[in-house]
Structures are given as structure tokens and as C-alpha cells.
Design a protein around this ligand. Structure first.
Ligand code: GRF
Length: 194
């Protein structure tokens, strides 16, 4: 299974996938990494010798135009699966339609709880005793697609957004690797988002 990973940030989830894919028995290969900016996480692709590209958000006058350029870049590689891992942009519906359901996303909350760009902060503000990590199929909504895997993560009384996010990320990485493996082996069916 060939995989493209799209990021915006530090790429710790990306790094976990790159490390997993190093093992010869891992049934998926990361063939390209894309970013919407000069993300720090692109350094992981460099280190692992994986090609990368950027489609800078600010160089396009609309989400659609940005999405068209992103689609053009992805069409060069024709990945079997696209993993959004910390991509902090909503994809235009045209791009989702083109790749769905072979488009998955990681989210640092127990969806449908706390969707959106600040899932960790929102869980903390809500004062819940547990939140979680989720891997979903991307649909046209914001973190609303079918859930492929999720797991609860405790919130501690003295948690900050950072400490809670750092506790969520390892769970997120494990779920993501298991989901990509499951998709590659066929154990996990990608249901088209409704
Ligand atoms: C991850 O928790 C992801 O779910 C969220 O932002 C974080 C990105 O972390 N959207 P990283 O860039 O993989 O370190």
C-alpha cells in the first residue's frame, strides 16, 4: 500500500509512521510527504529519504485553488492512501470527493467529542476527566467521518494543553499505525463516507 502523509506541524505522527514503515514486514510504504507550509515535520521526510512537497497556503487566493494544487501534487504520486496527520487545513470538497474514502485523519480527541482545530484545548476547558485519540475517514465535515479507531486518554488535574496533548500523541501514533496496517492488509475496510 503506498501512502502520502500531509502535515502542518512537528510531524511526530509522521515520524512514527516512517519508523514503522522501516520494518520490511510493515505492509505500507510512505512514498511522499506534503505540507501546507515549511513545516518542521518535513525534516523527518528528509532524514528518511522520502520525497516531500509544500503547497503554501498563503500562495493561493482560495481554498479551492490551494486544493487544486495539492491534488496536482498528489496525482504525481497516486498514493493508495492519504493520511492527514496534523494537517491544520480543511480540504476542499473536490479533493475529498476525489480521494474518499482513501483519506484518513488523526484527531487528538474521542470523536464525536471535541472536533475541530482545538480538540485538546476544548477538552481541557470542558473539565472532562478523560478525552482520547481518534482515526477517522475524512468526509466533507470537520472531523465527522466514520471512526476507524479510537481510545480513551485520561485528563489529569494539573494538565496543561501541552501535557495533555503529549499524553494523547503516543496513543494517536499507535492507533494510526494499526489503522494503516489494517487498511494495507485488508483487515480494515474503508467505508465510503456517507
Ligand atoms: C496531532 O495530535 C494531530 O492529531 C493534531 O495535531 C497534532 C499534530 O502533531 N491535528 P504532529 O505534527 O504529528 O506532531
Amino acid at each position: 500500500l503506498t501512502v502520502a502523509v500531509l502535515i502542518s506541524g512537528t510531524g511526530s505522527n509522521l515520524r512514527a509512521l516512517l519508523e514503522a514503515a522501516r520494518h520490511p514486514d510493515f505492509p505500507a510504504r510512505i512514498i511522499v510527504v506534503g505540507a501546507d507550509r515549511e513545516a518542521d515535520g518535513l525534516a523527518h521526510a528528509e532524514e528518511f529519504g522520502i520525497p516531500s512537497f509544500t503547497v503554501p497556503w498563503h500562495e493561493h487566493e482560495s481554498r479551492e485553488a490551494w486544493g487544486e494544487e495539492l491534488a496536482r501534487q498528489l496525482d504525481v504520486w497516486k498514493p493508495d492512501l492519504i493520511v492527514l496527520s496534523g494537517l491544520m487545513r480543511l480540504l476542499p470538497p473536490t479533493l475529498v470527493a476525489r480521494y474518499s474514502p482513501r483519506l484518513i485523519n488523526t484527531h487528538p480527541a474521542y470523536l464525536p467529542e471535541f472536533p475541530g482545530a482545538h480538540g485538546v484545548r476544548d477538552a481541557l476547558a470542558a473539565g472532562v476527566s478523560e478525552t482520547g485519540a481518534s482515526v477517522i475517514v475524512v468526509d466533507d465535515g470537520v472531523d465527522t467521518g466514520p471512526i476507524l479507531a479510537q481510545e480513551r486518554v485520561p485528563v489529569l488535574a494539573d494538565d496543561t494543553e501541552h501535557s495533555l496533548h503529549e499524553r494523547i500523541k503516543p496513543v494517536e501514533r499507535r492507533l494510526l499505525i494499526d489503522v494503516v496496517r489494517g487498511i494495507a492488509t485488508g483487515d480494515l475496510a474503508l467505508t465510503p463516507s456517507s
